[in-house]
Design a protein. Sequence first.
Length: 333
Amino acid sequence: MRASFLRSVAAVVVALTASSLVSPGFAQDKVHFQTDWIPSGEHAMYYGGWSKGIYARHGIDITITRGYGSGDTVTKVAGGAADFGVADIAAVLTARARTNVPLKTIAVLYNQSPHSLFVLKSSGITSFKGLEGKRIGITPGNSHRFYFPEVAKRAGTDPSKIVWTNMDGAAMAAQLIAKNIDAAPFYSIHYYYINKAAQKAGEELVALPFVSVGFKIYAATLISTDKLIKEKPDLVKRFLAATKEAFEWARDNPDEACKLHVARFPEVQLDDCTHSLSATMSFVFNDHSKEFGFGKESPERLKFTWDVVAEAQELKKDWDYKQAIDTSLLPQK
């Protein structure tokens, strides 16, 4: 009887031990994570990592939802509707500087900006200088327009000779391909699938990246609130460690990451996903990340980013922009 009892106890211990290996910490922390836009291949590391169980291994029961632009994500995270989010650092700096919104960037994802303008190869435009006298489509509040004067200065282009045409963002690519505008603003990581549409119309796109003239500012970042950072630093550390692992896994296994992503979002084409994911990684893993580490900022680039944002958004340049960023909880390099 005693031997049977001990065997039963041993079996329970083994089962619990095995269970703890699969689901660390038993009671996992529930986390709501909001991205910045529709779930394209740019986000395969998050959704694929969710399916892969990467966040669960870090004791996080995660739910990921799409965002509707950086401004929307900033509002949702600041208001408590999401614990973490993806938002352009410009949105974070602006919100904090203007109204002291209590949130911070906790990791820099895109350590150089994918801002670019797309033109048709048939237009003969090969540089920003070639845009003088041309029409560029734009949406209200689009950061491409805010940043363009600095890009133009570096490229030797006269920004006063550019004609900006307001339009619906969803129609931008079609308007460019139909030659109703001469250029359109997109992140360069979306080149592949937009160019597919152009090729169907017998055209080909050329990307004019802002970074090509040395315009290197921070872009997409991970954000959270001052309250969560202060009250649950361990959770923030685990979330950042899990996200770093998800990025590294997706970088090394893009096909698997995209297959898991497409399983959640069948409307995304597998080849579109893999090409967007690959392009995204070049803005995350590069010489900057080798020098400073994943998610970390350099003082010089952060200062330049702030100067550009402050100029574009008419913010007080002497405001202490460092209060809007805290990357101290990232895994060590």
